[in-house]
Design a protein around this ligand. Structure first.
Ligand code: C5J
Length: 221
């Protein structure tokens, strides 16, 4: 059992029962010309965590824990895109529209792929998700149960949307979740901060948070 110095108190995990859940590190959210930018967001906030996310992925591979990458995307015929999601906001382009990296948030298009620095390895699990949460309409829970996973180390984007939603879904399914604060980002830094406070409130009501350095120290202990 490993112990991480975390907030609101120590987080314990057994590597063989733990997975890294890397959420939506896709070109469409992080690069210029993608879905995130079409909504008017400044993608530099998300780009700033790439080196830490890469170091976290490297750590997970070295320790040998299960690695899961999620990507938010839809079928080319948009049959899994409800109007409530398609029509939300006031973007310059909508999901499924052609953009500089192909059709926005469509599975198989260049923009929906993971950024170069965080490409999955062949043995790693890739989950395509049509919603914000990683468990909604995916086989993720079943895949984790099959592998005996009970704890999740969580990172990715955006902190208050897909990361927080996935952590809440995981928490409700009984997983112990640790969010790595320097490997997650929002287009709105104050939303990231508020999310971290919500997660640890009331005695880790959603989970724990720690920086990557604390996680690395635990693994070495
Ligand atoms: C959003 C996400 N923000 N991955 N998706 O639409 O957080």
């Amino acid at each position: 059992m490993k112990t991480v110095s975390a907030q609101p108190f120590e987080f314990h995990f057994e590597p063989k029962h733990t997975a890294l859940l890397m959420i939506d590190m896709q070109r469409d959210f992080i690069e210029h010309g993608g879905f995130g930018e079409s909504l008017g967001n400044d993608v530099r906030y998300l780009q700033s965590i790439v080196p830490t996310a890469q170091a976290l992925l490297q750590w997970a591979r070295e320790v040998g824990i299960t690695v899961v990458h999620t990507k938010e995307c839809h079928r080319p015929d948009l049959s899994d895109l409800p109007p409530a999601k398609k029509n939300r906001g006031n973007p310059s382009l909508r999901i499924g529209d052609p953009g500089p990296m192909g059709r926005l948030l469509i599975d198989g298009e260049p923009g929906s792929d993971f950024i170069e620095a965080l490409q999955p390895m062949p043995q790693e699990l890739v989950i395509a998700k049509p919603g914000k949460g990683a468990f909604y309409n995916t086989g993720l829970h079943e895949q984790l149960v099959q592998r005996g996973i009970t704890s999740l180390i969580v990172a990715g984007v955006t902190t208050e949307v897909c990361v927080q939603t996935s952590m809440r879904e995981a928490n409700d399914r009984g997983y112990e979740c640790l969010l790595i604060t320097d490997a997650t980002a929002s287009y709105f830094p104050h939303f990231k901060q508020a999310t971290i406070e919500m997660i640890v409130a009331q005695g880790a009501i959603v989970g724990w948070v720690a920086e990557l350095a604390a996680l690395r120290e635990s693994a070495e202990a």
